[in-house]
Design a protein around this ligand. Structure first.
Ligand code: SF4
Ligand code: SF4
Length: 147
């Protein structure tokens, strides 16, 4: 009988460091700038952190990200369920909520390209925060990602 994969048998807290890292689908939706309102609703924008490589959808300075970007939040098994800015598609959130991984997740499809092919990643849809005035952020709110 085929062994069930680790994301179906382990909780986030039980995963090894390698398993944890591999769980990220590479969408980079969490690297977009967000706005919120007084009721705590989160609105995603098409503006991304200046450190993101748009095409690869990967952080250009991953080991030093917290030194470079003060509000880059480190995900862990405890905070995933509490953070209100992770998209519904986020693999960590899906596992925490018992929804499993989607077909386009690289661990399921076996390819790092499916997250882009399925239109889940930010590739081709975003601009750098270096090119947008902070006062204009509201005009960049998008509907293709949900919190
Ligand atoms: S939203 Fe979740 S799965 Fe997507 S890049 Fe961020 S941490 Fe990874
Ligand atoms: S520092 Fe890297 S991981 Fe953090 S928000 Fe920016 S691009 Fe994303």
């Amino acid at each position: 009988m085929k062994e069930r994969p680790f994301w179906e048998t382990k909780t986030l807290a039980e995963m090894s460091a390698g398993e944890w890292e591999s769980l990220c689908d590479g969408c980079a939706r969490c690297c977009t700038l967000k706005l919120d309102d007084e009721e705590g609703h989160v609105f995603f924008t098409s503006v991304v952190c200046w450190v993101l490589d748009h095409d690869r959808c990967r952080c250009k300075h991953y080991p030093d990200r917290h030194k470079l970007v003060a509000d880059c939040v480190e995900l862990d098994a405890d905070n995933v369920a509490k953070l209100n800015f992770l998209p519904t598609s986020c693999a960590y959130r899906r596992v925490a909520e018992g929804r499993g991984l989607a077909w386009w997740h690289p661990l399921v499809s076996g390819s790092p390209d499916t997250v882009h092919e399925a239109g889940i990643s930010v590739r081709g849809k975003v601009v750098s925060e270096l090119d947008v005035h902070p006062d204009d952020l509201e005009s960049h709110i998008v509907k293709w990602v949900e919190a």
